[in-house]
Each structure stands twice: as C-alpha cells, then as structure tokens.
Design a binder for this molecule. Structure first.
Ligand code: HEM
Ligand code: HEM
Length: 188
C-alpha cells in the first residue's frame, strides 16, 4: 500500500493548522493597521507563510498525485486532482502576497489600498472554495475506500470497499466525466 512520507504528512497537517490560524486571526478592518506592532506582525506572518508554501511546493512537486490509490486511476481523475492541488497552491501564494501588497500600499500612503484589499479578499474566497472542494473530494474518496485517504490522513482509517448501488451509480457518472475530460483536454 503506497503512502505519503511521514514528512509529507507532517507538512500537510501542520500547514493546515497554520492556514486555519491565518484565516481566524484575519484583519477585520483597515484601520487596525495603524497599530504598528500589529502591522509588523502581519508582515512577519505573511513572509513566513509564503516561505513555507514555497518550501512545501518544491518538496511535494515530484511526489505522484493520488499515490495511495488501490487501483489504477484514469488520466482524467489524476488531471482533476493535480489541477485542484495547483490551484490550492496558487490561492495560498496569493493570500500572503496580496496581504503584503496591502501593507506596502498602506505604508507608502499611496492610493489603491481598496483594490489591494479586494484582490486579497478574492484570494481568501478562492482558498475557501478550493480547499472546500479538496476536503469534499477526500471524504468522497474515503466513502469509496480508494486508498487515498489512508495515504495522508492518520485518523478514521478507511475499511474495505462496501457494496452499494448508490456508490456504483456515482462511480459510473464519475467515470463518464473523466472520459469527457480526457477527450476535451486530449489527455490520451
Ligand atoms: C480535513 C481537511 C483535509 C483533508 C481530509 C485532506 C486530505 C488530503 C489527502 C487525502 C491528500 C492526498 C492526496 C494525494 O495523494 O494526492 C491531500 C493532499 C493535499 N492537501 Fe489536503 N486535506 C485537508 C486539508 C487541506 C488543507 C487545509 C490544505 C491547504 C491549506 C490542503 C492542501 C493539500 C495539498 C496541496 C495536497 C497535495 C499534496 C501536497 O502538495 O501536499 N489540504 N489532502
Ligand atoms: C498569510 C497571510 C494572510 C492571511 C492568511 C490573511 C487572511 C485574511 C482573510 C481571510 C481576510 C478576510 C477576507 C474576506 O473578507 O473574505 C483578510 C482581510 C484583510 N487582510 Fe489579510 N491575511 C494575510 C495577510 C495580510 C497582511 C500582510 C495584511 C496587511 C498588512 C493584511 C490585511 C488585511 C486587510 C486590510 C483585510 C481587509 C479588512 C477589511 O475588510 O477592511 N492581511 N485577510
């Protein structure tokens, strides 16, 4: 059974905590940045966050996607998973970068801070949507006992595949979708 390395799991779960912290500690209002110590902390946090995202990306980039799968996966399936992971990275890079942009514009006192905030808020929204899709896909995969969940998640382990008409129907729709994706993107 293929599994992600202990270091990959450690990075995935500690980074999840860091992301959750970043989202919960968010700045509620632009005027809060007038507090110099808060502004400095935000800048420090954004730089550390950005460095860790990049380190993680370069560490993980050669690891095969969905490596825990018990069966061979279609090209369409792997393509979708890879695309979502890449977009998650994009949103995780956009969050601190646009935060730093706000800090820069705010410090220099030049106009455009509202635009920077709008892009920053869009980055946060993008990360919620993509990570939401990622978590739902992981739960769905667990329901089908495909092996991917066990390769990254250390708790609530998957058991053997259950025989269910609903799951078989969902799988049929899923496979059809992958075929269409393969055709559309010419993946064969
Ligand atoms: C309860 C929440 C989560 C669950 C159940 C979960 C589950 C998983 C699983 C099963 C994989 C392995 C996929 C594979 O083998 O390709 C994975 C990989 C990944 N997860 Fe999550 N995840 C969660 C939260 C998050 C969060 C919050 C982020 C982003 C901050 C994230 C980003 C990623 C990325 C980018 C990968 C691809 C491998 C990598 O580059 O590290 N996940 N996740
Ligand atoms: C990794 C670093 C950061 C994360 C994860 C983060 C996260 C967030 C989130 C989730 C929001 C709320 C967006 C929404 O309403 O949907 C937000 C808003 C905001 N953030 Fe950040 N942020 C980061 C860095 C920064 C930095 C460095 C600054 C500036 C010094 C900053 C300034 C702001 C401001 C001004 C707002 C908008 C407040 C308003 O609506 O008036 N953020 N941030």
């Amino acid at each position: 059974m293929n599994s992600h390395s202990t270091l990959a799991k450690f990075i995935h779960w500690t980074f999840t905590l860091l992301y959750a912290y970043g989202i919960f500690k968010q700045v509620d209002d632009l005027s809060e940045l007038e507090d110099a110590s808060l502004l400095n902390f935000e800048i420090f946090f954004a730089i550390i966050f950005l460095i860790l995202v990049l380190v993680r990306y370069f560490y993980m980039k050669d690891t095969p996607t969905l490596l825990g799968a018990n069966d061979t996966l279609s090209k369409g399936h792997i393509f979708i998973a890879k695309t979502v992971h890449k977009l998650v990275y994009l949103s995780l890079i956009m969050l601190p970068t646009t935060g730093l942009l706000i800090a820069g514009v705010f410090n220099l006192g030049i106009g455009g801070v509202e635009i920077a905030i709008t892009i920053h808020e869009f980055s946060a929204f993008l990360s919620y949507v993509l990570i939401g899709i990622h978590v739902i896909a992981s739960l769905y995969s667990r329901l089908k006992s495909e092996g991917m969940w066990n390769s990254m998640v250390p708790v609530w382990k998957e058991k053997e595949k259950i025989d269910s008409k609903i799951i078989s129907k969902l799988e049929a729709i899923e496979n059809k979708t992958y075929k269409n994706i393969e055709k559309f993107f010419n993946l064969n």
